[in-house]
Design a protein around this ligand. Structure first.
Ligand SMILES: [Zn+2]
Ligand SMILES: [Zn+2]
Ligand SMILES: [Zn+2]
Length: 339
């Protein structure tokens, strides 16, 4: 299925040498399937576009019959929305600004046609046009890279995502984008577990604090305690003094006799820095993002999901899935060549 996909590129260029250079560059570096149609005048280009559909238009700025800017103006009148990359002999700030204003997607000087710059531009544009407009391209690229590596993307650990060197995008943004993609049936979301989020900013990252229920001290020790059934006293084992080989209750002064009969051992009692003594500390959270403090009662609960691409998603993103994979590979190749 994936290999059936073909994108159609129209290239408008009158210089045969430039035609050859671009043809070679695409053949070498762009390993998604494509058809390249070449014409040598803007008029022929406009005529082609009237009859056939193209996913991308590459064009020389200086053509025998009109400039790239004039071409874009004429194309706009026909309502055609195919993305355009403009190629020029020399960089010209004014043309670039004018072109971008008219909605040209990228402006590349011909020296860069041989480089990865053109390929990256093409793959970005193709990925962007396969995505809904509301999705941020950089976030989408990060997600597509993740889906390329793992068929199921789990947001069950904040650190696994943020420590991903390819992904410097905040987890919250990735999650928000995954939610949008779920609504669009591009991604399928399987509930995995509930987590606490900040009631003020909805951040998923917070630090857990344990506090003394009386004085809110966050400094405490955990110790073993004893409960004397006769008087109901509970205290740390260390508070029961030793008399004649047996323990003596500090409250009633009686000797403890048999464990399980007149007293019992309680594990995990706490003593705070202000000497308060309690069976269970209070839990509170400090948001790592906005530093708000909240507890279990005021916290928001959020369901985390495992995400996978739907059939529609795979079809929609197949260009992206292939191109990001490709971009990474060719970048690796470049960096190893440099070494
Ligand atoms: Zn205390
Ligand atoms: Zn006692
Ligand atoms: Zn917060």
């Amino acid at each position: 299925m994936l290999s059936d996909l073909k994108i159609r590129i129209l290239y408008i260029e009158d210089n045969p040498d430039d035609q050859l250079i671009l043809k070679r560059s695409l053949k070498e570096k762009l390993s998604i399937n494509y058809d390249l149609v070449i014409v040598d005048t803007a008029t022929k280009g406009l005529a082609k576009i009237q009859k056939e559909d193209f996913d991308l238009i590459l064009m020389d700025y200086r053509l025998p019959d009109m400039t790239g800017i004039d071409f874009v103006r004429q194309l706009k009148k026909t309502g055609n929305k195919a993305p355009i990359i403009l190629l020029t002999g020399k960089g010209n700030e004014n043309i670039a600004v004018e072109a971008m204003k008219l909605g040209v997607r990228d402006y590349i000087i011909k020296e860069e046609v041989k480089s990865q710059r053109l390929i990256d531009s093409i793959t970005d544009i193709l990925l962007e046009s396969s995505l809904p407009e509301t999705i941020n391209l950089e976030t989408a690229k990060a997600l597509v890279t993740l889906f390329n590596k793992n068929p199921i993307v789990r947001i069950d650990s904040i650190s696994t995502l943020t420590s991903n060197p390819k992904t410097e995008i905040p987890t919250e943004e990735l999650v928000a984008t995954l939610k949008t993609l779920t609504e669009l049936d591009i991604v399928n979301a399987e509930p995995s577990r509930s987590v606490i989020t900040c009631p003020d900013c909805e951040s998923l990252t917070s630090t857990l604090y344990i506090e003394c229920p009386e004085c809110e001290s966050t400094k405490m020790t955990k110790e073993e305690a004893l409960e004397h059934f006769d008087c109901g006293n509970i205290d740390f084992r260390t508070k029961f003094s030793k008399g004649e080989g047996s323990l003596v209750c500090p409250k009633c002064g009686k000797k403890l006799k048999v464990i399980g009969v007149d007293y019992r051992k309680i594990e995990n009692w706490y003593r705070c820095s202000n000497n308060h003594f309690f069976g269970q500390p209070n839990f509170s959270f400090a948001c790592s993002k906005c530093t708000a403090k909240f507890n279990l009662e005021t916290a928001n609960l959020e369901m985390l999901h495992n995400y996978s691409l739907t059939k529609t998603g795979r079809q929609n993103l197949q260009l992206g899935l292939k191109t990001t994979g490709l971009t990474e590979k060719s970048q690796d190749k470049q960096s190893s060549q440099k070494m």
